[in-house]
Design a protein around this ligand. Structure first.
Ligand code: ATP
Length: 239
């Protein structure tokens, strides 16, 4: 049978304690696409990534990565299967070198076997990291630390790379560079799921977007369709 979607989520329910946060989410990520998750604070975007990553157990529904069920697997198994989230808020080891921080991403057996080649690929993507690889991570600017965070996720050889607000705290020029590098990463044959507050910029780049409100998808379409949608323009672009 054809593998089809890179990631497929169907009727997904999850939450914390008694509280349901996700209330029947459906998503389909085509291979080699960039998919944006849009929504106000508290809509459930981070909860969705945490549930797919295995940090929160789904209450109901299906999560399939390349056609295989991953719902309910332990987080490290899900990384091994290929769903990898770039660490939130960077979370680097500040005293370790940049190179060591990157290698931390390649601990799963599938990635470890290829880690020297992958490291070269990450350095090709972010040449400044090659130059500074021996320095402690604490010596980098915010934008460079974000490159290390993305690079560390790439070291795990993702099939689907998830990014939770990668541009948070970056100066506008660094946000532009980060978006350029995300497009270059997509060219490497993987699928990207991205949460972003820069709604205009992310939808210009995205193949598809989903709008989450109160734990349900209220709108989806291509980036261009969403940018032309009156509700989206009023609620998320202030137009
Ligand atoms: P943000 O941009 O603020 O992160 P979000 O769309 O990612 O928004 P979530 O972080 O997924 O939203 O939060 C969705 C809901 O779940 C909110 O009501 C939030 O208060 C609640 N929530 C998030 N994390 C926890 C937690 N660890 N324990 C209990 N409730 C939580």
């Amino acid at each position: 049978a054809p593998v089809g979607a890179a990631l497929e989520v169907a009727d997904l329910w999850a939450g914390y304690g008694e509280q349901d946060v996700l209330r029947g989410i459906d998503l389909t990520l085509e291979p080699r696409s960039i998919v944006a998750l849009i929504g106000a604070n508290g809509a459930g975007k981070s909860t969705l990534l945490r549930t797919v990553s295995g940090l929160i157990r789904p209450r109901r529904g299906e999560i399939r990565l390349g056609g295989e069920q991953i719902g309910g697997l332990a987080p490290h198994r899900i990384v091994e299967r290929g769903f990898v989230q770039s660490p939130e808020g960077k979370q680097l080891f500040s005293d370790m070198s940049i190179r060591e921080n990157l290698l931390v991403g390649a601990t799963n057996p599938r990635a470890r076997a290829r880690r020297e080649e992958t490291l070269e690929e990450v350095f090709d993507l972010f040449p400044i990291l090659r130059e500074r690889q021996a320095l402690p991570a604490s010596t980098l600017s915010g934008g460079q630390q974000q490159m290390v965070a993305v690079g560390r996720a790439l070291m795990a050889l993702p099939r689907v790379l998830a990014l939770d607000e990668p541009s948070l705290g970056l100066a506008p020029i660094m946000v532009d560079r980060l978006f350029e590098s995300i497009e270059r990463i997509k060219a490497r044959d993987l699928t990207i799921l991205i949460i972003e507050q820069n709604v205009f910029q992310v939808l210009e780049m995205a193949d598809k977007g989903y709008v989450l409100e109160n734990g349900v998808v209220t709108l989806s379409g291509t980036g261009a369709e969403l940018l032309a949608d009156d509700h989206l323009r009023a609620s998320y672009l202030g137009l």
